[in-house]
Design a protein around this ligand. Structure first.
Ligand SMILES: Cc1ncc(COP(=O)(O)O)c(C=O)c1O
Length: 450
């Protein structure tokens, strides 16, 4: 019987992150200043991020050393396990070999601490006292609260209102680690007040919460902003996932035909896929599949254009697949995937045919999540369940054709705080909400002119 858990020793944690910018033949065009619409320079980012992160955002160096202080914290849960999903394979009757890299073993329950820890570290190094951020599902907010606690930083989290209501215990967890949590849109910021004046019952969105967190950061000297996805330095920090997975697959003599991750802003997908794409650039055959919700399909239905990262138009303009910064995604249960855009790096790779996108409705996704929980035992986060569904579909295809393949997917987090979503599924209240072309058209008409 072949192994179920493929583990690395602590001393085998990678010491460097992989920067895909070193190897892409076509890089995304630079971010633009939101006012002048000229390419943003390092100084433009200074009110938001500490110098080390701005440097990482822009560097073309292939390998970036992970600081010892960050490695010391990574060791609390890393290397994370790679599993072979024998029981899922059997249930599907597939000749495919399915592996998943499980990031739910981190204290916050997802991959997000992989970047929260270095972000808090570099801010601390730069003398910053307080961080502001947004959170959708609550995973990123939890991760940053944890990391700020470790480095003695204050942390304020603007939590998308619908998630704040759906997931009260995520808020409690953030408070356990010392953060202040505010439902967004709130009356704490100009951006929040503007939304509330027009839509007092707004469920909020990641775009709105980002506006609030950015406004908070730029209005205080002692505060910087932290983003849990989308930006290059976040993708960079997450590559520890794929670098470990490669070593683990080496141990069992396997290599993926397809690498799959769910895609909100794109960080867990990038984290797993980028180290494999490095091989693809060198001629190795491997597919990379990014899975998003049918209700918020930026990669598969969005437009590749410069857009704001937030609703109020405060952030630099990023060139990405976007549904429009004013698009408010329906309140589906995968809160972490309710984002109008996608990482510029993934957008470029998608445009160049190096990454594929797929969008699935939430009921099918939850059905696969249950199949997974009932075979492999782990309760997946609704976000991660999108990757599971992608893997299930690939495995079913193998079963149909009889052609074996190796599937590797990212199980980015557990769903222990998402049981309300599972309840909704059981009671038949979880609806498939599609992407509204009409709402999409309206939002795309509001793209900034560049
Ligand atoms: C468990 C989990 N997976 C995935 C995501 C999506 O983010 P990203 O695309 O940056 O990985 C989130 C976001 O909150 C999440 O909580």
């Amino acid at each position: 019987m072949s192994q179920s858990k493929i583990l690395l020793a602590e001393k085998e944690i990678p010491r460097q992150w992989y920067n895909i910018q070193a190897d892409m033949s076509q890089l995304p065009p630079p971010p633009l200043h939101p006012g002048t619409k000229k390419p943003a320079v390092a100084d433009d980012f200074a009110p938001l991020f500490p110098p080390a992160l701005i440097e990482q955002e822009m560097t073309k160096e292939r390998w970036i050393d992970i600081p010892d202080e960050v490695l010391a914290i990574y060791r609390l849960w890393r290397p994370s396990p790679l599993y072979r999903a024998h029981r899922l394979e059997k249930a599907l009757g597939t000749p495919a070999r399915i592996y998943y890299k499980y990031e739910g073993v981190s204290p916050a329950g997802s991959h997000k601490p992989n970047t929260a820890v270095p972000q808090a570290y570099y801010n601390k190094q730069a003398g910053v006292k307080r961080l502001s951020t947004e959170t959708g599902a609550g995973q990123w907010g939890s991760a940053l609260s944890l990391a700020c606690g470790f480095f003695g930083l204050e942390c304020t989290v603007y939590m998308v209102k619908i998630s704040y209501r759906q997931k009260p215990y995520r808020r409690s967890l953030m408070e356990v680690w010392g953060a202040e949590v505010i439902p967004s849109p709130s009356d704490r910021t100009e951006a929040g007040r503007k939304v509330l004046a027009k839509h007092p019952d707004s469920p909020g969105s990641l775009g709105m919460a980002i506006s609030e967190a950015v406004e908070d950061a730029v209005s205080r000297e002692d505060t910087r902003y932290a983003l849990g996805s989308v930006l290059n330095h976040v993708m960079l920090h997450q590559t520890i996932i794929g670098l470990e997975a490669k070593k683990q697959l080496d141990l069992v003599g396997d290599y993926p035909d397809v690498v799959i991750g769910c895609c909100g802003g794109g960080s867990n997908f990038s984290g797993l896929a980028f180290p494999f794409l490095a091989d693809k650039f060198n001629g190795r055959k491997v597919r990379a599949l990014a899975v998003e919700p049918a209700a918020c399909p930026s990669l598969t239905k969005g437009t590749l254009a410069y857009d704001f990262g937030d609703t109020a138009g405060l952030t630099p303009l990023l060139r990405m697949y976007t549904l429009g910064h004013s698009f408010v995604p329906p309140g589906i249960h995968a809160g972490g995937l309710r984002y109008h855009g996608a990482s510029p790096l993934i957008s470029q790779l998608c445009h160049d045919g190096l990454v594929e996108g797929a969008a699935y409705p939430q009921q099918a996704v939850f059905a696969s999540a249950l199949l997974f929980a009932r075979t492999e035992g782990i309760l997946p986060a609704p976000e991660s369940a999108h990757a599971i569904h992608g893997a299930v579909k690939e495995a079913e295809e193998s079963a149909k054709t009889g052609k074996p393949q190796t599937i590797l997917f990212s199980l980015s987090g557990h769903g222990h705080f998402d049981l309300a979503a599972y309840d909704a599924y059981f009671s038949g209240q979880l609806e498939d909400v599609g992407y509204s072309e009409e709402e999409g058209k309206r939002a795309l008409a509001e793209l900034p002119e560049v």
